[in-house]
Design a protein around this ligand. Structure first.
Ligand code: HEM
Length: 451
């Protein structure tokens, strides 16, 4: 029966959309409890979203030829933010062409050259905090935004840097709670007189600064940053990227790259602090390290801590949607165009049959066993796997090293007793913004370069 969809909540679509916006984790968990490996979410004004939660089904979707699916049209809610040429919105040939142009800076030697810079930025930002009580996410965001602005845009401190930093922080804060994120999902809230209007005005100001930076880079000569690589990139026919394409990709890298990493780092700090034995093991491992950014690959426990944090709270809870172009069979169902299949990162990572005691933070599971690319998917998979995955892992490790080397830190209990729980932040899920830590500089404080 090709037209049948898997079962799902019987709540009216308007209510389901509210549940999804307000508390996505509870929405997914209760559907998983009731309906299992495949369930259908029906949200007002959206095509049906079929959540794919079993590794075999995830493999069938992510492992399939990407030409079988459209994803861009499933991500159109992001168009006002990242623009029509964003990698997130393109499909087919156009997607593959842009991906090829964008991939090289995120791999191999290039990545290694950026790690020094990342360490430098982390040291500099953290160095400004002496014995301070700080909001964890805000500090991590300052670091990750600084990294993107320097590494991707090639911007060094100055007026344009300060303006972009401020505007981008304001823009992301504007969708930083379920309530504020509603306008992304409810187009009727996208009005001049709502918070959306302010968002659009900020975006226009950001665009002006980005186009000015593109112009200046062209005139002043290219550097080692990713913008320069985009300006010099040519496709197979020898065509360069247009300014609009570059703007859309830059904004995509900015938003996809710094928000996610800042949230992931905040969770890592939270989990490391909760268990003194984990912190001690990390510090012991770091003591054995030669302090060279090229050898961070040897820090296995640090790597496992980052992996486990991205398992338990994976930031991106869904991959991009995959909308079949032709009939696509999964289990007992055949899906047609007009249905979005979404491998669910969060639910897959919570499965007890893959991860024993799944709710427990246990980095050792990654030292004891290798999980398949369809069991562990914090960066999605297949033809749309996150292009910044290696960069993000490198950045997370560098920032944690910088912090653990220079500071003793403690997560503080919330003064108002608010729980530290995963909260919607735009289309991602992050630790609640109240997460606070006290940072005390170590007496014989050492940073990466001095180790
Ligand atoms: C911890 C940090 C990060 C997480 C958890 C994350 C997660 C993801 C996920 C789940 C996807 C969708 C993949 C799919 O549908 O199969 C994705 C796509 C993407 N990510 Fe990341 N990401 C992170 C960091 C970054 C960074 C640092 C960059 C770049 C600077 C980046 C750039 C992108 C881009 C451009 C895409 C779209 C790929 C495409 O459509 O072809 N991400 N990311």
């Amino acid at each position: 029966m090709p037209n049948l969809l898997p079962p799902g909540s019987a709540h009216p679509p308007a209510l389901q959309l509210i549940e999804w916006i307000a508390d996505p984790l509870s929405y997914m968990e209760s559907n998983f409890r009731d309906y299992g490996d495949l369930f259908t979410a029906r949200w007002q004004s959206f095509v049906p979203f079929v959540f794919v939660n079993h590794p075999e089904y995830v493999q069938q979707v992510l492992g399939a030829d990407p030409r079988q699916f459209d994803s861009g049209m499933g991500a159109t809610i992001l168009k006002p933010i990242v623009g029509e040429y964003s990698l997130l919105l393109l499909d087919g040939e156009a997607h593959q062409r842009q991906r090829k142009l964008l991939m090289p800076p995120f791999h191999g030697d290039r990545l290694r050259t950026y790690s020094e810079k990342v360490a430098e930025i982390a040291d500099a930002v953290l160095g400004a905090y002496q014995g301070a009580k700080v909001r964890v996410r805000a500090v991590m965001q300052k670091i990750s935004l600084g990294i993107i602005l320097r590494v991707v845009f090639g911007l060094e401190t100055g007026e344009r840097y300060t303006q972009l930093e401020q505007l981008l922080t304001e823009m992301t804060e504007a969708v930083a709670s379920p309530w504020r994120a509603s306008a992304i999902f409810l187009p009727w809230l996208q009005q001049n007189w709502t918070a959306w209007g302010q968002f659009v005005r900020r975006r226009t100001a950001i665009d002006r600064l980005i186009f000015a930076q593109i112009d200046e880079r062209r005139k002043q000569g290219l550097g080692a940053d990713i913008l320069s690589l985009m300006l010099s990139a040519r496709d197979e026919e020898g065509n360069p990227m247009t300014d609009k394409e570059i703007r859309d990709q830059l904004l995509t890298l900015l938003l996809a790259g710094h928000e996610t990493t800042a949230s992931a780092l905040s969770w890592c700090l939270y989990f490391i602090d909760r268990d003194p034995s984990i912190k001690q093991r990390l510090l012991n491992e770091i003591k054995q390290w030669d302090g060279n950014t090229e050898t961070i690959g040897k820090l296995n426990y640090l790597h496992a801590v980052c992996q486990e944090s991205l398992r338990l709270y994976p930031i991106a809870i869904l991959t991009e949607p995959r909308i079949p172009r032709h009939d696509f069979t999964l289990g007992d169902y055949t899906f047609t165009a007009g249905t979005a299949l979404v491998p669910c990162i969060y639910l897959l990572h919570q499965r007890e049959d893959i991860y024993k005691e799944a709710k427990r933070f246990n980095p050792d599971r990654f030292l004891e066993r290798q999980f398949s690319p369809y069991e562990y998917i914090p960066f999605g998979g297949g033809g749309r796997r996150c292009i910044g995955a290696a960069f993000a892992m490198m950045e997370m490790k560098m920032v944690l090293l910088s912090l653990l080397c220079q500071f003793d830190y403690r997560i503080l209990p919330d003064r108002l007793g608010r729980p530290i729980k995963p909260t919607r932040r735009g289309v991602t899920v992050a630790p609640s913004p109240y997460l606070t830590m006290k940072m005390t500089r170590k007496k014989l404080g050492s940073c990466i370069s001095q180790l």
